[in-house]
Design a protein around this ligand. Structure first.
Ligand SMILES: [Zn+2]
Ligand SMILES: [Zn+2]
Length: 558
């Protein structure tokens, strides 16, 4: 038992355990009635076909919203969307400083610049390898290799000990850009004693040895040299290391390099500003594509997952404004297909095949490597840190379970399965689950963040993406309202940002239209109906950012 006045070191995952994506973790320190918290990562998950109309999914922050005075800051391990993509949506709720290394904070600052609260956000840069103390916590940013520069494991220390939160990491002796995992520092921490390893589980089912990023670059150069026609290569824009490898491979094969898409330019600009990507050849914009010799050009494009709006899908359909491929050209997928995206990728591949375009992917050539540790690498991390407890993160439930089995097989004394919402006491005493906190998912839905209840989304699966509003209005022949208008809606958010119900907004708008409508118009069915329809539709759009279907049932009685 821990007494009321006993200090405790706590851990609460809000997102990222039970799914891959929407990483959000809390660490707490203090007595039951006087606790301070820090947040590690604030990422999004992408919605799939079962959540029509939803842009992204974020962990519910209700628990920490009740502790806002005690939240000291948000620490970002690295700049991938599943670790920082929620900041531009939830920062106004949390309103605390953001800590990160310069590459990550540069990318975050650019994203926040598109919001109306950018000037209010305090961003604090920490160099890789440095520590910063905030309240009772000292947080050290330890360089690890990943697919983006400046990925960090965090060593979080309080009076009661140190835990290591790995973030996304892997081992790569030749990562091309960014630093190698700081094994020496990890070993030092292990020798000094680590309470718990909170670690990446993504590839726990995969064994073997990954090629280095440098080898992938060489394989890409070989593939480019052996391929016919113009070559389009697709990668995640956020996989900065790969974007660099592709450009260098194209240069080695003596090709012109075209960059197609804003997100690719953004990552290249940030990398250059932060001192990476120093030795790139001249890069052409997509608008130059037409002016370059077709068969001597490599185009870097987004759209690895077959996303309909990304460049590759538009090229495949022949709808890209600047880049046109021809028969016998080649597309290289320098990526893997994320489970769930097979259908959309298949659609793009088939469209390319229909135009007689050749496909090269990671199954036919070693043109991709994962950014996460395979089993053998995870085993090494345990050897270096020698943690008392293993707490798996960054995985679905099956990954978490397998990670626990792996840790046990390595002789780790204590393992804790802590899915989203679990409160874990790291210290004092043996690390264990002590409770559960409010948790869940929030949908980014147009301009609104709404609770991820199944109701409205299910309705939208029936009603496509925009929902429906039906309103019944009864006038008499003199244009006098004979009954309270009846409003029925499906698939709309329940409340606006201020907690006003959408029903009330529509009812108020209907009242407003009635008040403003001259008697002469009320008696004419068609213009009267249009006035209600357009008024309600515009009002809903103003609030929601989406055009719903509005049906007006207007009737007249004597
Ligand atoms: Zn990552
Ligand atoms: Zn991740």
């Amino acid at each position: 038992m821990v007494s009321k006045n006993q200090q405790e070191f706590l851990y609460v995952p809000l997102g990222g355990v039970g799914e891959i994506g929407m990483n959000m973790y809390l660490y707490g320190f203090g007595t039951k009635h006087d606790r301070k918290w820090i947040m590690v990562d604030a990422g999004i998950a992408f919605a799939d076909d079962s959540q029509p109309g939803i842009e992204s999914i974020i962990a519910d922050t209700a628990f920490i919203e009740n502790e806002l005075d005690n939240l000291l800051g948000i620490f970002i391990t690295h700049a991938h969307e599943d670790h920082q993509g929620a900041l531009d949506k939830i920062w106004p709720i949390l309103d605390v400083p953001i800590y990160g290394t310069p590459f990550s904070t540069n990318l975050i600052a650019r994203k926040l610049a598109e919001t109306n609260f950018a000037d209010d956000v305090e961003i604090i840069n920490v160099q890789q390898g440095d520590s910063i103390s905030v309240g009772p916590f000292t947080v050290e940013f330890i360089p690890v290799t990943h697919s983006i520069p400046e990925a960090n494991a965090l060593a979080i220390t309080t009076e009661l000990g140190t835990v290591v939160h790995t973030g996304d990491w892997k081992l790569d002796s030749n990562p091309v850009i960014g630093r190698t995992t700081d094994i020496k520092r990890l070993k030092q921490l292990g020798d000094a004693g680590v309470l718990a390893l909170i670690g990446d589980s993504t590839n726990v089912f995969r064994s073997g040895q990954s090629p280095t990023e440098h080898e992938v670059g060489q394989n890409l150069a070989d593939a480019i040299k052996g391929a016919s026609g113009c070559i389009a290569i697709t990668s995640f824009a956020s996989n900065a290391a790969r974007v660099y490898s592709i450009i260098k491979a194209a240069e080695a094969a003596d090709k012109n390099v075209v960059i197609a898409g804003r997100s690719l330019w953004r990552i290249i600009d940030i990398a250059r500003e932060e001192g990476y990507f120093k030795d790139l050849p001249h890069l052409y914009d997509q608008n130059d594509f037409n002016t370059l010799p077709h068969n001597n050009t490599v185009v870097v494009v987004t759209g690895t997952q077959g996303e309909a709006r990304a460049a590759l899908a538009r090229i495949a359909k022949g709808e890209h404004p600047a880049v046109k491929l021809r028969a016998n050209d080649t597309v290289i997928f320098s990526s893997t297909t994320i489970p769930g995206n097979e259908k959309s990728v298949g659609y793009v591949v088939n469209a390319l095949a229909d135009s007689d375009i050749n496909i090269i992917n990671s199954q036919t050539h070693k043109v991709h490597v994962t950014g996460h540790p395979l089993r053998e690498e995870m085993m090494q991390m345990y050897e270096w840190l020698k943690p008392e407890t293993s707490i798996p993160v960054h995985g679905e439930v099956m990954h978490v379970r397998e990670h626990i089995k792996l840790a046990k097989s390595l002789g780790i004394k204590n393992t804790v399965k802590a899915l989203n919402g679990t409160m874990v006491r790291l210290a004092p005493g043996k690390t264990k689950v002590i409770g559960e906190v409010e948790h869940g998912r929030i949908y980014e839905d147009g301009n609104l963040l709404t609770p991820a209840w199944d109701g409205p989304v299910k309705e939208r699966r029936k009603l496509s993406f925009v929902g429906i509003v039906a309103i019944s209005i009864v006038f008499d022949r003199k244009g006098k309202l004979r009954a309270e208008p009846e409003i029925f809606s499906m698939g709309l958010p329940e409340y606006d940002d201020d907690g006003v119900s959408m029903f009330d907004i529509i009812a108020d708008k209907v009242d407003e239209v009635i008040q403003a409508m001259p008697n002469g118009v009320r008696k004419k069915e068609k213009p009267a109906r249009e006035a209600f329809r357009i008024g309600v539709r515009r009002q809903v759009e103003r609030i929601w950012g989406k055009k719903t279907i509005v049906q007006i049932m207007l009737s007249y009685v004597d």
